[in-house]
Design a protein around this ligand. Structure first.
Ligand code: NAD
Ligand code: SER
Length: 325
């Protein structure tokens, strides 16, 4: 019988995904059974809606102390530096992404934790990887420090599964689109910023070229994907920390055209910066058949459904005066 998660500690809970995953986990396990942590304090709505502690994932003793005191049996490890931020400070990206993950895995091993979630990314792929319908098992030779840490992270997680029998799981998220917490410094961030600027100003300057096509996923699917993978039967999993997952692929121009169906006067200018080279090194579309076969992954949102929902949510926030400047 697989051991069940009863008490969760989450790192990186103030971030784009962590902030919404924290809410989903509190709903699933009970608010007092989920300790959310981050280097920075999230907005009061999150920090005060259940247990919260400041924690630096590079400080193993502090993290271990929190886990011991809270009695956490499962970790959702979301703290990381993303692709664009990582290129600005590769040394810090390595320290946070690798030392943070190693600390989490070592604590998991030493304490015999039930399960660990550690997300990977489409950034594990590089220019030598097939760009269309990128296979599950293929060339992993990224050109960003973020991608290097994600490949090493996947290998490290799988090592802990094999060597210590630790139950570690993760998927290669594509670009995640959401309307609650702004993204934290990735190359796919344009696909969120474009919605905010469309609603606020009716125009957007995009840091990627119009024809740049990348795999993406809407936040409700990201949450479903994460929770379903963590609930999957371990015995059915052939992969562990590296599942390809996707929901849609579109170019910046195709996204702008979809938004124009709702805001006909919406204007976009394209001024590619250093993030173009990162995007050019990543897949345009992903083959996620292993995730579908091994744990039943299936997304609900396509480009049209996501765009409609994003615009409605941001217009509601605008009407409520919470959209920001
Ligand atoms: P984010 O940048 O929005 O949030 C990361 C959080 O980590 C931030 O709140 C930050 O304060 C925190 N953090 C940074 N350094 C820390 C440290 N030393 N100790 C503790 N916390 C620290 O990132 P996100 O988009 O929520 O991503 C979460 C995970 O998902 C990451 O592993 C990321 O690589 C992965 N991922 C995200 C996307 C995406 O599109 N958002 C895509 C692929 C993979
Ligand atoms: N959205 C992430 C980034 O752009 C992909 O991992 O960095």
């Amino acid at each position: 019988m697989a051991k069940e998660t009863k008490r969760v500690l989450m790192t990186g809970a103030a971030g784009q995904i962590g902030s919404e995953l924290a809410e989903a986990l509190r709903k699933k396990y009970g608010r007092d059974n989920v300790l959310v942590t981050d280097l920075v304090r999230p907005p009061a709505a999150l920090a005060e809606a259940g247990p919260f502690e400041l924690a630096d994932v590079t400080d193993r003793a502090a993290l271990d102390g929190l886990i011991a005191r809270f009695g956490a049996d499962t970790i959702y490890h979301l703290a990381a530096l993303l692709s664009a931020t990582g290129e600005k400070n590769p040394q810090k990206a390595w320290a946070v992404n690798m030392n943070g993950l190693h600390n989490v895995l070592e604590i998991g091993r030493a304490r015999g934790l039930v399960r660990i979630f550690s997300p990977s990314s489409i950034a594990v792929f590089g220019p030598a990887t097939p760009r269309e319908m990128t296979p599950q098992d293929t060339v992993l030779s990224p050109t960003t420090i973020y991608g290097v840490t994600k490949v090493a992270g996947e290998l490290l997680c799988d090592y802990y599964v094999r060597k210590y029998g630790l139950d570690v799981r993760g998927c290669r998220y594509p670009g995640i689109i959401s309307h609650q917490t702004r993204p934290g410094g990735g190359t796919t961030d344009y696909a969120v910023a474009i919605f905010y600027d469309a609603v606020k100003n009716g125009r957007y300057t995009c840091f990627l070229r119009e024809d740049t096509r990348l795999p993406m996923m809407y936040m409700p699917d990201c949450l479903k994907c994460t929770l379903d993978l963590m609930d999957a039967d371990f015995a059915r999993l052939k992969h562990h920390s590296s599942f390809n997952v996707t929901a849609m692929s579109f170019s910046a121009g195709e996204l702008a055209a979809e938004i124009r169906k709702h805001i006909p006067a919406f204007e976009v200018r394209y001024e590619p910066d250093f993030r173009q080279a990162i995007a050019d090194s990543w897949p345009a579309s992903i083959d996620d058949s292993a995730a579908r076969a091994e744990w039943g992954w299936k997304p609900d949102y396509d480009l049209a459904a996501m765009t409609k929902d994003m615009l409605a949510a941001l217009r509601n926030r605008q009407a409520a005066g919470t959209l920001g400047g």
